[in-house]
Write a protein that binds this ligand. Sequence first.
Ligand code: C5P
Length: 199
Amino acid sequence: MLKVIFFFSSVHAISEKNTKNKRKRTTGKEIEDSSERKKKKKKQYRPNYFISLPITNPEITSSIQAVQDAIIQKDQRLSKAMVRSGSLHVTMLVMHLSNEEEISIAVGALADSKDFVEDLLKGKKVDLSFQGIDHFRNEVGFVKLPENDHTTKLTEIAETMKKIFQEKGILTGEGRAFKPHLTFMKLSKSTELRKQVVL
Ligand code: C5P
């Protein structure tokens, strides 16, 4: 089992998602709309910013690299789907920010989250372990985090942050519950792959 210890200070600054690949996340807001407008809205509200915990512990990154290498050995085409070692992360929150004003509101919400998260942590550390692999829709390969007190705390933190962002009017989430995971490959990194390969 691999471990990483989480402090609030290790939360990534709000990062912009690579919006180059088209079929991405949805926020759930688009469910209200229909037909053409729905399509338009879906695009409009697709999450484009996220908050995550960078995973940089070499013991973890090198083990993930070993899994990636073993997969690539089986099918060379999948090399394009691999998440680079420097980009490994556990996503805490995704959101849609449309303009500079929303970006600065989100930055404020992140700063506000600090005290709430510190209250939840009560001076304790969140010690994340990684074990076993799974997938989302045969398109995203990820390492699982075992369910324990630490992941329960992490979920509480993610939910609290989501609430803080939502209270400030930020469109967050993908309409599904927080499921901590560490993505190591995703077919969306290559349109060609998505058409050709089934995991
Ligand atoms: O958050 P992360 O970068 O690990 O997400 C990788 C992909 O997994 C994204 O395309 C996201 O939409 C997808 N995902 C999913 N179901 C979840 C969480 C993430 O399909 N519960």
